[in-house]
Design a protein around this ligand. Structure first.
Ligand SMILES: Nc1ncnc2c1ncn2[C@@H]1O[C@H](COP(=O)(O)OP(=O)(O)OP(=O)(O)O)[C@@H](O)[C@H]1O
Length: 475
């Protein structure tokens, strides 16, 4: 167990998978015929090792290197082969079987081919608007992220640098849950890790990707559309201006992942339409819902001009995509947060303890529109209406003093100063996240756990209810 500098406490051990008897059992061999896949589920407490012995294989589009042992934990996934392969497997799994109904992969590869044609058009100057701007929609667990990973990995193989946008606060892309993030992919994805590593949480030994992160501290965009919409507008603006400075990235286009909750007909797909208009989406890929496909097809049936054309496609759902229960999703979120501060099985990070005086902190709390908030947390002399506009974010964020309630919470450190208006704080992107280890109301001090030793200076901090309580990270 490693000691945390400044905290003199041990890193939590629950994050580390325990060796099990099956790990020590001799490896077994599995032959996969062309276009079949090995589907497996591994618990968070177990490890599963896979080595490619012969042929070629990929996990959600990322190719396995021959002879390399990959270790998986807390994952449901599939190793697919186009031409057949032999795998060496070791460890204990919840389930493991070979699936041969993989027609969806062929269809997904065709979608990749279609996107490549659009990228070629952009490269040749036939489309001045740049590469395809793709939105992936469908119900929960329909395989949206898996499709997105395949399309990304295949485009990286073609030396493209697509920009990936995650609008699902339940899953952090290169960040923790509660984030909306965007990143231009400059290096291959990581077979074990999925999206790879970001420098947000500290140094790593592998090439990192630098995401642009916004804090959205609610489980679903529908919990606070007033906060979600401006953040999407901000993110789209930032991505668009970034692409204007980078021809390769502009030609490679954008792929946006969405949460299943906003793909429901209720509300007329208002949030979905907002994403489509802000990111100038021109290709929508629908998975797993005929109704959604037909509704969107109708919505975009009569474009007013060539710039308004949105192509809507119905894409086959992977036969292996499985529903994840809330318990598993919660475990995945906790693991992501622990990895953010302490690293994973390959990279060990040393988070730092920092004491801050109450007076040097400006903390905002995201107001849950469904709950009536205790006024007692408001700073003396303040009311909700503190934004310059007299409305806007004043009821979305409220200034609060540190309190015991904050212990074990995750706070975002914004790029803006503590003196910024509530609107600015809301829209500002995130430098990183910190964990509240202790609030000493007598000494008026807060002890934070931060990935970096350096202090963040005069920055606004935002506290939300999501992701839900992470428990005691330093016990
Ligand atoms: N072919 C497959 N074999 C085995 N597992 C798979 C396969 N495809 C997807 N999965 C798993 O199924 C689960 C759901 O897939 P995915 O995350 O892609 O769905 P989603 O639509 O993005 O879900 P959500 O909207 O909840 O984020 C994931 O755990 C994923 O790893």
């Amino acid at each position: 167990m490693s000691l945390l500098p400044g905290l003199s406490l041990s890193a939590p051990s629950t994050a580390t998978p325990q060796p099990d008897a099956a790990t020590h059992a001799p490896p077994r061999t599995e032959e996969l015929s062309p276009r079949s896949e090995l589907r497996f589920e591994v618990a968070f407490t177990k490890t599963y090792r896979v080595r490619l012995v012969r042929g070629t294989a990929e996990l959600f589009g990322s190719e396995l290197a021959p002879g390399t042992t990959y270790t998986f934990s807390g994952i449901k996934g599939a190793i697919f082969t186009w031409h057949g392969c032999t795998l060496e497997l070791q460890g204990e799994v919840e389930s493991e079987y070979v699936g041969s109904e993989t027609e969806a992969m062929v269809e997904w590869l065709n979608v990749h081919g279609m996107l490549e044609t659009a990228r070629d058009d952009a490269t040749m100057g036939r489309d001045g608007n740049g590469g395809p701007r793709v939105l992936v929609v469908g119900p929960d667990d329909s395989g949206k992220t898996s499709l997105l990973k395949c399309l990304t990995a295949w485009s990286l193989k073609m030396a493209r640098t697509p920009t990936i946008v995650n609008t699902d606060p339940r899953e952090g892309l290169l960040s923790i849950p509660g984030s909306l993030s965007a990143v231009t992919m400059g290096s291959m994805l990581d077979v074990e890790d999925g999206w790879g590593s970001s420098p947000v949480s500290g140094p790593t030994g592998v090439p990192v990707k630098t995401p642009l992160v916004y804090h959205f501290p609610f489980a679903s965009p529908e919990d606070s559309p007033r906060m979600f919409k401006p953040l999407i507008t901000r993110a789209a603006l930032a991505v668009t201006s970034r692409l204007e400075e980078d021809d390769e990235a502009k030609q490679s286009g954008i792929i946006v992942d969405t949460p299943g909750s906003i793909n429901q007909p209720k509300g007329g797909y208002d949030l979905l339409m907002h994403i489509i208009s802000e990111f100038s989406i021109n290709v929508v890929l629908t998975l797993g819902s005929e109704r959604l496909y037909n509704d969107l097809l109708r919505k975009f049936g009569n474009p007013q001009s060539a710039d308004d054309v949105v192509h809507v496609f119905r894409i086959a759902k992977s036969g292996g995509a499985v529903a994840r229960d809330e318990g598993l999703m919660r475990q995945a979120r906790q693991q992501q947060i622990k990895n953010y501060f302490f690293g994973d099985s390959r990279t060990s990070l040393n988070p730092h303890g920092q004491w801050w005086d109450f007076g040097d902190l400006t903390i905002y709390r995201a107001v849950d529109p469904t709950a009536s908030h205790a006024q007692s947390h408001l700073m003396p002399g303040m009311d909700y209406d503190d934004s310059p506009s007299g409305q806007g974010s004043a009821s979305i964020l409220e200034k609060v003093l540190p309190s015991q309630e904050m212990v074990n919470a995750i706070l975002s450190v914004k790029f803006c100063s503590g003196n910024s208006s509530a609107d600015n704080v809301c829209d500002s992107c995130v430098m990183g996240f910190v964990y509240v280890a202790e609030v000493d109301e007598g000494r008026k001090k807060v002890r934070f756990l931060a990935p970096h030793p350096s202090r963040w200076g005069d920055r606004a901090l935002v506290w939300g209810n999501w992701p839900e309580g992470v428990g005691d990270l330093v016990a």
